[in-house]
Design a protein around this ligand. Structure first.
Ligand code: CP
Length: 337
């Protein structure tokens, strides 16, 4: 594998989930695969889970790691072509990328969305520049529009928690309020991976039973995600109806994706409606659903204390599975070197 950005890059999800099971049973099984190989992790913004889990995954595989925080200790980088660099940015990304590539074998990129220019963000310019100019395999550690390592961990977590059941699960992605404008990367990828798991008829329940996922997205009007990620999903604007019979509730805030109502609203907060905060009453509408969130999460905005602390909350095993998804992805990249 030379690039990991979308669910299709992983191919057969059944095989990928089997590899995740294998790695979880023995996370050091391939501990010589990365001998004398170096992973460079490039962060354009903050991270706790991605940083720790990806570095741990590299260590599981015997790799060396270098972490570069672009905004702390490196030269400020210009990312656009054609600009006169007379401001505070000392280096252009187009020189920095091949230099970075000369010191490593694999590059992970956390690029994040600017949330001002929809076309620029959705073109994934920074990620594709790394693909083009680094000369090395690259993978997304959350980019402007996707977070595939998170979505892979989410799918794996659902498969673990659902395997004793005898039917396909109902999984609901719900928007929830937040004080700051956030990207659409996590909900985009979550939708893309849930729908692909359904298309591939992944057996998540016990053997011989229904395969795939009933996937529903619920949000206030104006928050429609790009059909590139949600085509085939059920969109339900009534949050209560969406929650009824749900087995998994995946809460997340995202800013306006600029799909309906024009691009000028892209990245804006259209609503802070606190009636969308996931509380005990919301969870009582479900089928005793598991609560999921990628973290970090703002309590009192996205979810109440009692819901995130309840036995049905699986946010911690979900986060822990980031090590597993990163190990599988890095293993595949190393096997392709
Ligand atoms: N879920 C996630 O990617 O967390 P971090 O931003 O802390 O890496």
């Amino acid at each position: 594998m030379k690039s990991f950005l979308n669910v299709k890059d992983l191919g057969d999800l059944k095989e990928a989930l089997s590899e995740a099971v294998e790695i979880k049973a023995d996370r050091y099984k391939y501990d010589t695969l990365g001998k004398n190989k170096t992973l460079l992790m490039v962060f354009f913004n903050n991270s706790l889970r991605t940083r720790l889990s990806t570095q741990k995954a590299a260590m599981n595989l015997g790799m060396n790691t270098i972490v570069l925080d672009v905004n702390a200790g490196a030269w400020k980088l210009e990312t656009e072509r054609g600009v006169i660099m007379d401001g505070d940015k000392s280096e252009h990304l187009l020189e920095a990328i091949p230099v970075m590539g000369s010191f490593c074998d694999v590059i992970g990129i956390r690029s994040f969305a600017g949330l001002t220019d929809r076309d620029y963000d959705y073109a994934e310019t920074v990620y594709h520049q790394f693909e083009q100019y680094s000369g090395k395999p690259v993978f997304a550690m959350e980019t402007a529009t996707v977070h595939p390592l998170q979505a892979f961990a989410d799918l794996f977590t659902i498969s673990e928690f659902w395997k004793k059941e005898t039917r396909r699960p109902k999984v609901v992605l719900t928007w929830a309020p937040h004080p700051k404008a956030l990207p659409q990367a996590v909900p985009n990828s979550f939708a893309q991976w849930m729908l692909e798991a359904d298309r591939q008829q992944i057996p998540l329940a016990g053997a011989g039973n229904d395969c795939g996922i009933d996937f529903v997205v619920t949000h206030p009007e104006g928050y429609e995600l790009d059909a590139l990620f949600t085509a085939g999903a059920t969109i339900e604007y009534d949050q209560r109806k969406a929650f009824e019979g749900a087995d998994f509730i995946y809460a997340k805030n995202w800013s306006c994706p600029g799909v309906t109502g024009g691009k000028e609203n892209y990245g804006k907060i259209l609503s802070k409606d606190m009636s969308w905060t996931v509380d005990a009453e919301h969870m009582s509408w479900t089928n005793n659903a598991r609560f999921m969130h990628c973290l970090p999460v703002r309590r009192g905005m996205i979810v109440t204390d009692d819901v995130i602390e309840a036995p049905t909350s699986i946010v911690i095993p979900e986060a822990a599975n980031r090590e597993i998804s990163a190990t599988v992805v890095l293993k595949r990249i190393l096997q392709g070197l």
